[in-house]
Design a protein around this ligand. Sequence first.
Ligand code: ADP
Ligand code: MG
Length: 341
Amino acid sequence: DPQLNQHYCFDNFIEGECNRLARSAGFAVASKPGGTSFNPLMIYGGVGLGKTHLAQAIGNEIKRNLPDKLVIYVSCEKFCQQFVDSLKNNTINDFVNFYQAMDVIIMDDVHNFAGKERTQDIFFHIFNHLHQSSKQIILTSDKPPKDLAGLEERLLSRFKWGLSADIQVPDLETRMAILKKKMYTDGIELPDNVIEYVANQIDNSVRELEGAMVSLLAQATLNKKEIDLNLAKSMLKNFIKNTHKEISMDYIQKLVCDYFEVPVEMVKSKVRKREIVQARQISMYLAKNHTKTSLKSIGAFFGGRDHSTVIYACQTVEDLIETDKKFKAYVQDIQKKLKIG
Ligand code: ADP
Ligand code: MG
């Protein structure tokens, strides 16, 4: 199946406290798709923690156990795009029939359904059809179903039918095991203290952990050096500085207000003057893109506004970036300062 990536399997998915439930539920589903109460199986957790890997591993394991099963892996984004295309081309029936014929559907990142009502409607029908025929549904998401904003209630209630299992940030031991496994697979040997150092420094995402290691290896190769702890320390400093500096909303607010020469209190107030609104909207936009804060908390921070105001602000800024060159330059300028700061 072209949608499944063979590289992602259970063998190279390291088990830890952070993913134990999700992993074992996934394994159960893989040996009996549609035949457990874990339907749908919803895997949720932050960025770069292994949701796609695990979801793909389930699909690959099903194909290994039961080669005749029709398994489709699709990102929510791609599904939405396909739906729009099928509307345009008048092929909705084909689109729906294709998905309803599957034995297993794996849909990645369902939080991306937010706001897409028509696609949600179609998926609701596909979901019901598959579920009624005991076909397996596997979903991933960045939040648990109860916190998914912008999704229709009836779809959310179905997402809660089966099992929701989270993946959390791996502990140090698991992070080291992941790195060791990866090194082993790539045929690379590194001293334990280097692996421990990297795993200690990067503690928020497996993707970044791997990125740090790749960058370290690449630099060592380029400079024709053996990697030891000192080299790792000096080389990772940059990587960590670039990816790890926490940007706070206070800092964003100060920077934006300085830039446009507006008082900080105004941004948090109800004032609707043009330049204040602009500073407020840009601040929200930057907070959304440069911090891990939820839309709800961003709204609360900038004067007790709700999350829809934040969405609207971000949309406005994005539109202006597209259409107004001067505005775009402003935003880029502030973004640059944000990163150097
Ligand atoms: P997500 O979909 O949650 O953003 P991914 O599944 O894309 O995250 O994982 C990011 C990277 O980390 C991938 O290269 C993946 O193989 C790796 N990874 C994540 N968790 C594990 C794990 N438990 N064992 C081995 N590799 C992992
Ligand atoms: Mg993913």
